[in-house]
Design a protein around this ligand. Structure first.
Ligand SMILES: Cc1ncc(COP(=O)(O)O)c(C=O)c1O
Length: 442
């Protein structure tokens, strides 16, 4: 059995991890001076690059000015400013932002808020939540119950509320065996069917990642998918919660990923890149009309949290947005992302075990298959994604992986570098992935 020195309960119990010593730009160095290209910004978090002085100074100054302030006792300038900046970026009337620490927390708050909006508008019977299979919304009990990735749920099933789920818009492996566009978006119509079957008077909200990330690897839904979903929600007075914890804050070349469509959700959640990974910061954004409903209620929002609306985390968020704006990094994601996509497709798609390369901006998925023609996946027991990941890690490249795309089987890699990656670094990265894939499968 592996000996784990020290007192830490580490995230991995199968190996002793190297000790990180420094991180600058898109590189991390360990204590043995080995360099790693952070080609996934950790868990698709780091956007402006590591070691940003402007963010460090903002945090330092905020601590010296005022650090922890309880959000029911005072408001603070950084949280006010961050909310204003986000409201300006968010298309539509998503004008109110509530700050928390992690993506799971933001999703749980969103689920509660949806239910409370219905109660305050006389629809007490609406409580059910519909999510999608193969979705990821976080690992706390409420978010875990909302998500549709069963491997994470098995141990805890007796503790979880049973929510409803519909198939994901996953064209590469369509649950209905159809093809876009002749499918007429059967996967979106499944929401209507599910609401009808459950009884629309009982359904509170539908939660979905705008762009699925951790589970089906940067799989963008067809263009009209979100419009159809939004129409169905509106028709049944079901609130639409879009989870942009991974794909928000510029990751896909738009500040908010729902801006790739024509719709505005009722509630949107952000996390990960909200403070560029420097501080634990997440948020829910909600339409002004819903905010007014809650404001006029007797109880206010029945939620809270010791570390909600944290001024130091918000100061980091403000500094990050200023960097993204000053350096035009979100526009950069759009143009450089296209280039990265072209490189990935050109060099990886011809490989026998690469079934699909998909994505937008700096969020790209590479689906690995045993047989390209039949799309047969590798058995999960082979831990293919983990093997490829280990080889890339060994060579000094950090990427993200996704598993269980085809039932319990299936593997994918996710490439999601910080927005500052240069052209030659993208070339190096793609060549490294290519050579590892060739070595791995030979
Ligand atoms: C789409 C999405 N939602 C929610 C979460 C959970 O966020 P956190 O790990 O900060 O709780 C994640 C994390 O990967 C995510 O990808």
């Amino acid at each position: 059995m592996l000996e784990i020195p020290g007192n830490l309960f580490p995230r991995r119990l199968d190996i002793n991890l190297p000790v990180a010593e420094s991180a600058r730009g898109i590189f991390i160095e360990d204590e043995n001076h080995k360099q790693y290209m952070d080609a996934s910004g950790g868990a698709i978090v780091v956007s402006a690059g590591h070691g940003r002085e402007k963010i460090a100074k903002a945090i330092y100054n905020q601590i010296l000015s005022h650090d922890y302030i309880h959000p029911t006792m005072f408001t603070t300038k950084p949280v006010e400013r961050l909310a204003t900046l986000l409201a300006k970026k968010a298309p539509g009337d998503i004008n109110r932002f509530y700050f928390l620490s992690g993506g799971s927390e933001a999703n749980e708050a969103a689920i509660k808020l949806a239910r409370q909006i219905h109660i305050e508008t006389g629809n007490e019977t609406k409580y059910r939540l519909i999510g999608r299979w193969k979705s990821y919304h976080g690992l706390t009990l409420g978010s875990l119950a909302a998500m549709g990735r069963t491997s994470f749920k098995t141990y805890f099933a007796p503790l979880l509320k049973e929510n409803l789920h519909i198939p994901a818009p996953y064209c590469y492996r369509c649950s209905f065996g159809l093809e876009y566009p002749s499918c007429k978006l059967r996967c979106a119509m499944a929401l209507d069917e599910m609401i009808e079957n459950a009884g629309s008077k009982t359904v509170s909200a539908f939660i979905a990642e705008t762009i699925p990330g951790a589970s089906i690897a940067a799989c963008f839904p067809p263009k009209e998918y979100l419009d159809t979903i939004a129409q169905i929600c509106h028709h049944h007075n079901v609130l639409l919660i879009l989870d942009e914890v991974m794909c928000g804050m510029g990751r896909t070349g738009e500040w908010f990923a729902y801006n790739h469509s024509n719709i505005v959700p009722d509630i949107v959640t952000l996390g990960k890149g909200l403070a560029g990974g420097v501080m634990a910061l997440s948020a829910l954004g909600v339409k002004e009309t819903h905010f007014n409903t809650i404001k006029e209620s007797t109880s206010g929002f029945m939620h809270g949290g010791t570390f909600s609306h944290h001024p130091v985390a918000a100061a980091a968020g403000v500094a990050l947005i200023e960097i993204l704006e000053q350096e035009k990094l979100v526009q950069r994601v759009k143009t450089k992302g296209e280039k990265l996509g072209k490189l990935l497709k050109k060099h990886l798609l011809p490989l026998a075990q690469v079934g699909d390369v998909r994505g937008k901006g700096f969020m790209w998925g590479i689906e690995i298959v045993k047989d390209k023609k039949t799309k047969m996946p590798f058995k999960r027991s082979l831990k293919t994604a983990e093997g490829i990941w280990d080889n890339l890690f060994e060579k000094g490249y950090l990427i993200y992986k996704s598993t269980g795309l085809a039932g319990v089987d299936g593997d994918a890699l996710v490439i999601a570098p910080p927005y500052i990656i240069e052209d030659d670094e993208m070339e190096m990265l793609v060549q490294a992935v290519k050579s590892v894939l060739i070595e791995f499968f030979n």
